[in-house]
Ligand binder design. Structure first.
Ligand SMILES: [Zn+2]
Length: 190
């Protein structure tokens, strides 16, 4: 992932607060190993990626789970998450393979398996599925949140939250249950 929840796309290590600049003036961070992520290759610099490895996503899951005091304890959730993540990564491609979509589909899966995983929604940054731009949020009368792309990358404005929920429903069906009629409206609001 990039942005506020950025981590090393190979190992899932957290990133340093210090910014290093390359010869073109672009800023990067160094992965910092901890008890969840092994020592990264020397000299790795990254800003995170929109699509990370299975290992990196699992590390992110374990670290976030550990931080959540109210999260359900026990290895059952961890092993179920690891299994589901591997299946999701195998089944996904294109925009479906972005961390944001994989992560939210994992939330949907674990939730439907009876785990309390609402906390996971606080550990992902939502971006525009067309251009990976930042989103601008507003709330409709009636309380429904919607999000537009901050760069207005498509001519007609679209609710990007609905678009993300559609991607999640697609990936869920493709990975876990091709026969389900799960649609965007069934997917919890991200
Ligand atoms: Zn966009």
């Amino acid at each position: 992932m990039k942005g506020n929840h950025a981590f090393c796309p190979k190992t899932g290590a957290s990133l340093s607060n210090t910014t290093h600049y390359d010869e073109r003036g672009r800023g990067f961070h160094t992965p910092v190993p901890d008890r969840f992520a092994e020592e990264p290759d020397t000299g790795d610099l990254t800003l995170g990626a929109r699509c990370s490895s299975t290992t990196a996503l699992l590390t992110h899951f374990r670290r976030c789970h550990d931080r959540e005091k109210d999260a359900t304890p026990g290895g059952d959730l961890q092993s179920r998450a690891a299994l589901a993540l591997r299946r999701l990564k195998r089944a996904s491609d294109g925009v479906n393979a972005w961390d944001m979509v994989v992560w939210l589909t994992l939330v949907e899966r674990l939730d439907r398996c009876g785990h309390e995983v609402g906390w996971m929604r606080g550990h992902v940054e939502l971006r525009c599925p067309d251009c990976y731009g930042h989103l601008q949020y507003r709330t409709l009368a009636g309380g429904t949140p919607i999000a537009r792309c901050g760069t207005h990358c498509t001519e007609a404005p679209r609710d990007r939250l609905h678009q993300i929920r559609t991607l999640v429903a697609d990936l869920y069906r493709r990975t876990f249950d091709p026969d389900t009629d799960l649609s965007a409206d069934d997917v919890a609001h991200p």
